[in-house]
Design a protein around this ligand. Sequence first.
Ligand SMILES: [Zn+2]
Length: 294
Amino acid sequence: MFFVLLCANITVQAKSLALSFDDGLNPAFNVQAEQINAQILKHLHDQQIKSIVFPSLIKIGDYQGKQLIQAWGQSSHLIGNHSALHQNLNKENVSAKDYIKSIEQADTVLKTLPNYTRIYRYPFLKEGNNAEKRDAVYQWLAQHQYRIGGVSIDASDWFYNQKYLDYAKQQDQDKLDRLKQAYIAHLLHRADYYDQLAQLTINPSPQHVLLLHVNAINAAFLKDVITAFQQRGWTFISAADALQDPLYTQHSQNIPAGESVIWSIAKTKGLEHLRYPAEDAPYEIDNLKQHGLQ
Ligand SMILES: [Zn+2]
């Protein structure tokens, strides 16, 4: 019996995962900002998971929003940089010069916070629509001792958050319950998709980083999300550890550059039938239908 169990264990590839949270909230525009922020921190504390938050100044606003980010550092999570203006580097009208200025501006404001670290996450995961811009920013980051806060598993929590806010407003508990299951299924599905893509391209499975946001749906459901991943054999690791994976130091060879690092490598290698990188709403219709939400 023992022997059988041992063999079964060997055949299961260990999959590890870190959580990262983008943007942050501005209490001036979101009355629930403080509560959402605190609830997410509580879930992480209860599950003993160390994460990283990537605030963008335009998303957090002034003093109050910065206070919420400070709480992440005080709870031993890392604080990274997600720029001041949250610009899309793939847009024609965004120059490398302005873009870099926006990274510097955020650095000036955020570096006073505890556990601030020079790790940069590109807004929208866009790393440049031409080689000059792409390489100018890579070069600036390297020269300023910045690492890239890459993502291996891209997901659409922003889409499910919109549904969550609608159903919460309607006080529709049945729909909220269904949505929780749909959201968990969505995240597990994305994780499996990118892990399989990793096995096709960079085998073995890397130390994954999942992209989430500081938002209401994660405040409500994160505990159940974490449990569901654990039940499916995923182990949670700290974001600091995951981002040590050499996978995240690689520069994209593609134009346009960016997206999930695994997707980007698959694209460079010429893998066919890759899904469109933008994690868009049409992908979610079937999942919503399966959970009785369409
Ligand atoms: Zn963002």
